[in-house]
Write a protein that binds this ligand. Structure first.
Ligand code: FAD
Length: 427
């Protein structure tokens, strides 16, 4: 056993939502010395919306960032405040049902605002920019991470939060003797855009489309395609994501030299939904310059941790966005890891064991969320083998299929982690 340390040095690679949320919690504890390394010259997120389920909102509160989140987050107005999404047919906007998340409904935020709100709470000196990690090695109980600028950093624990293209995932999988896992194209592409909600209101009025479709988050469903809308920036903008899937190839490949995100034309997007009804047509006509995203995901990993190196967020479990859950899972990772590292008993214990417990508890749930996110896309696009396009079955299935995800008991996870670490008794 190592002699007890007075400070544990933790390095985080990657300053997206997962990495910054973790750094924000860890820096508050005196026995932790935290450094975050981000490849870009500054923190940055795309100008789009992100929504959080009840589980993710609880993680945000648990990470001590509930207040700044609340100040910038959107909630649907009463009496629809508990609706996550209303489900509608794409062809005529006919109502199929709704998913209810009591007390939370649809909680959404502009990504850049959220990351700004988090980053502004991080004291100077914790984040270092322009540091792209390329490799890792461990000697004894120290980890060293190397950067493209030729420098390196040593620490006791390294947490990789560097996204789906993680530079550290291979190190972990190799260390575990497992095959490497690369991002895989899903066959689904997404057109994205933001609309000024007053412009959409005028356009809906002019076309005789019900304005309720702006007031409440909507999901329009169809064969091999679906569209979601929800408000951000206190309802001033409507976030739109229009998904189109090509299922003709069971193993679709995205060419290595093609970017995952590009600008595209409104005409191409309108053509993809040309059979759909007025509510969708008018919506898409309000997006003159959409972007097109080739959606990639990871296979479920057989481990998130090797030695003193752990993966969190998309580096560990990048998934399709069909349950609005990817960032939320990164926040759950950050929450559990932060609760364990924030406990001073971590100094008396080999920190490797803390990471192993994190892996044992978080991985089964994150893998299930990955799996069910893919399945949700099949369901929305009438490709679920049991449900297909049978509307009554579709609405009953959609009404309850997210409950397990939102109602997860993170305190029970923490209690189990404590038991596994022999920390079950109070300090
Ligand atoms: C269309 C779409 C819609 C989505 N909608 C939702 C939603 O509504 N709700 C939800 O919960 N999730 C959603 N997601 C998923 C969500 O966006 C991701 O799960 C989340 O942003 C991942 O955060 P992260 O911090 O793990 O990784 P990232 O956001 O990818 O951040 C990684 C960071 O690491 C940095 N980095 C990368 N490589 C290195 C390196 N080698 N060295 C140093 N730094 C590095 C990057 O610059 C970046 O800042 C959606 C995804 C898509 C594509």
């Amino acid at each position: 056993m190592n002699s007890p340390k007075s400070v544990l040095q933790v390095a985080i690679v990657g300053g997206g939502i997962a990495g910054v949320a973790l750094a924000l919690d860890l820096h508050r504890h005196q026995h932790l010395d935290v450094q975050l390394f981000e490849a870009a010259p500054a923190f940055g997120e795309v100008g789009a919306g992100v929504s959080f389920g009840a589980n993710a909102v609880r993680a945000i509160e648990g990470l001590g960032i509930g207040k700044p989140y609340e100040q910038i987050a959107d909630r649907t107005a009463q009496p629809w405040q508990d609706i996550w999404f209303e489900w509608r047919r794409g062809v005529d906007a006919g109502y199929l049902g709704a998913s209810i998340a009591e007390g939370v409904g649809q909680s959404s935020v502009h990504r850049a605002d959220f990351l700004d709100a988090l980053a502004s709470q991080l004291p100077e000196g914790i984040a270092v920019f322009g540091k792209r990690a390329v490799s890792v090695d461990e000697t004894g109980d120290r980890v060293s991470v190397q950067f493209t600028d030729g420098t390196h950093h040593q620490c006791d624990l390294l947490i990789a939060a560097d996204g789906i293209k993680s530079s550290i995932r291979d190190y972990v999988l190799q260390g575990l003797g497992q095959p490497l896992v690369a991002p895989r194209f899903s066959g689904t592409c997404a057109y994205r855009g933001m609309i000024d909600s007053s412009q959409l209101r005028d356009a809906y009025r002019a076309a005789g489309v019900d304005e309720h479709l702006i007031n409440v988050p909507q999901m329009y469903l169809g064969l091999d395609a679906h569209i979601l809308t929800f408000p951000v920036k206190q309802g001033r903008l409507i976030n739109v994501v229009a998904f189109v899937s090509d299922r003709t190839d069971a193993n679709p490949v995205w060419p290595a030299d093609k970017p995952w995100v590009k600008n595209t034309t409104q005409a191409e997007m309108l053509e993809a939904f040309s059979e759909w009804g007025d509510a969708v047509r008018v919506l898409l006509e309000c997006i003159p310059n959409p972007t097109l995203w080739a959606l990639h995901e990871l296979d479920e990993l057989s481990g998130y941790v090797h030695g003193r190196v752990g993966l969190i967020g998309d580096a560990a479990h990048a998934m399709l966005p069909h349950q609005g859950a990817g960032a939320g899972q990164g926040l759950e990772d950050a929450w559990l890891l932060a609760r364990l590292l924030a406990d001073p008993r971590v100094l008396q214990r080999d920190a490797k064991q803390v990471l192993e417990v994190y892996d044992a508890i978080r991985r089964p749930r994150a893998c299930r969320v990955q799996r069910t996110s893919w399945e949700a896309g099949e369901l929305y696009e009438f490709r679920d083998a049991k449900v297909a396009d049978q509307e009554p079955l579709l609405s009953t299935t959609l009404a309850s299929r997210f409950d397990w995800l939102w109602n997860h008991d993170m305190q029970a996870d923490l209690a189990e982690a404590h038991t596994r670490l022999g920390w079950a008794q109070a300090v």
